[in-house]
Design a protein around this ligand. Structure first.
Ligand code: SAH
Ligand code: SF4
Ligand code: F3S
Length: 452
């Protein structure tokens, strides 16, 4: 029951899966402190923005949301206003000068410390927490959005130095969690009835490099491949996914593990960013398009039907039309099931932002459109292979647009809709005969229903 004295909170999350996972943990902390979720931000006494700064438009969105709540605070002084996540880390104290109404500015490494930080705020301080820290193991229970699928952090931070990217400066250096802590969290999720786990890291295949110990041959004691073997038998967990993989660390041994371990789903998300070697070099990505193609060939050798997705950037400084066409060619040749595309956005503190060979917004948006057009066409072609096939679908939720249908995913991560009631089907894995395909989703019918 809600009493009038009950403090209520609202979290708005921007950005990637790491931020979503952090938000779930912060929500868990707030609930342990006695806060209750408010559906509408305007009903909340505590507002937390978990922010993203990967591109300029992501950052600007935060300021427009924040402006509105800062105004509200002038009438309601006991409103607590928090900015967490990557903009908080990037801007730090500057945010307080820009929005003096803020109570707390906290970087992503401080997510698990929310309770301590909030206590300082409630004692009357304005707090900035952006110093690098060793990320604490989380002792509270996250408030997870889904009861079927869950995220589990494996490695925080990033040690790469891609010349366009803010992530290393806002997420800090790599910190791998111990295999035991990861397994314990997954076992608990299995006991609670979760069916699918997505293991998370900026470069998940770099896992373990910072953990102590070496093998007899001098290699790292803990690798991501070893971790998969270590966690694959957890009771109750039916599916394991992982993201994101970096081509620099992706190994044949990892592909073989995915092929061998039945719970690991046939989906690989491996960003390539550009199909042109000179650009890859300017980006400091550490591989060539030939190496990327060899990785995909290997995947298709061991897991022929695997879905492949990636991220790509168009309009990087100095990108010529011919270099952009190399990206189109790679996309065409590989045949991606899905591709996250973005126009290059200069970011503060990154080397490429200072280069003089920036392209115009017109060129960037024209290339983005052309790439997106190709991606949709190829994804539609890739979807054709599902038509008439029976796919295993794990049901997650009702279809928001049609309550007579439920929504789930195939092992290859294709969104799939079929007639059914969510009350009886949630969390179940069913064989679904695919009757309709679109570029990024499928429609089908439960096999039992198709028989009668
Ligand atoms: N660690 C992952 C990606 C993390 S960031 C990797 O290296 O593959 C997610 C995506 O945002 C990147 O893959 C890239 O495509 C995009 N991105 C990062 N910085 C960007 C920038 N300055 N402009 C446009 N897109 C960017
Ligand atoms: Fe950014 Fe590169 Fe690190 Fe990915 S690997 S998060 S693109 S710096
Ligand atoms: Fe954005 Fe930070 Fe993720 S910048 S993409 S929320 S790591």
């Amino acid at each position: 029951m809600t009493t009038s004295s009950q403090r209520r909170y609202h979290i708005t999350t921007f950005g990637c899966q790491m931020n979503k996972a952090d938000s779930e943990r912060m929500a868990g902390i707030l609930e342990t402190m006695g806060y209750e979720w408010a559906e509408a931000p305007d009903d909340a006494d505590l507002i937390l923005y978990n922010t993203c700064t990967i591109r300029d438009n992501a950052e600007q969105k935060v300021y427009s949301y924040l402006g509105r709540q800062a105004k509200r605070k002038q009438e309601q002084p006991d409103l607590t206003l928090i900015v967490a996540g990557c903009v908080a880390q990037q801007e730090g104290e500057k945010l307080l000068r820009r929005v003096p109404e803020l109570d707390l500015v906290m970087g992503p490494q401080h997510a698990n410390r929310l309770q301590d930080l909030l206590e300082e705020v409630l004692n009357g301080s304005q707090v900035v927490a952006t110093e690098p820290v060793h990320i604490m193991e989380d002792i509270t229970k996250p408030r997870r959005d889904s009861q079927v699928t869950a995220w589990v952090n494996v490695i925080y931070g990033c040690n790469e130095r891609c010349t366009y990217c803010v992530v290393p400066s806002v997420r800090g250096i790599e910190q791998s969690r111990s295999p035991e802590a990861i397994r314990a969290e997954m076992e608990e999720l299995g006991r609670q009835g979760y069916k699918e786990i997505t293991l998370l890291g900026q470069n998940i295949d770099a896992y373990g490099r910072d953990l102590p110990g070496t093998k007899a041959d001098g290699s790292h004691l803990h690798t991501f491949t070893d971790l998969l073997y270590y966690v694959h038998d957890i009771p109750g967990i039916e599916r394991i996914r992982f993201a994101t993989s970096h081509p620099r660390y992706f190994t044949e041994r990892l592909i073989r593990a995915c092929a061998e371990l039945p719970k690991v789903c046939e989906h690989f998300h491996i960003p390539f960013q550009s199909g042109d070697n000179e650009l890859l070099k300017a980006m400091s990505r550490g591989y060539t398009h030939e190496k990327y193609r060899r990785i995909i060939d290997k995947i298709r050798h061991y897991v022929p039907d695997a879905a492949i997705s990636a991220d790509a950037i168009v309009g990087f400084p100095g990108e010529t039309e011919a270099q952009f066409e190399n990206t189109l060619k790679l996309v065409q040749d590989i045949g991606f099931d899905q591709l996250n595309t973005a126009a290059y956005s200069p970011r503060p503190g990154t080397p490429a932002a200072l280069w003089e060979n920036q392209l115009s917004e017109e060129v960037k948006s024209d290339r983005l459109q052309r790439l997106n057009h190709l991606v949709a066409q190829i994804a539609a072609e890739r979807s054709q292979r599902y038509l008439g096939r029976v796919e295993e679908v794990l049901v997650e939720a009702a279809n928001e647009k049609d309550p007579t249908q439920v929504m789930g995913r195939t092992r290859s991560n294709r969104l799939t809709f079929f007639p059914g009631q969510i009350e009886t089907l949630k969390g179940k894995t069913l064989p679904i005969k695919v009757t309709e395909v679109r570029a990024f989703s499928l429609t089908g019918v439960a096999v039992e229903a198709a028989v009668v």
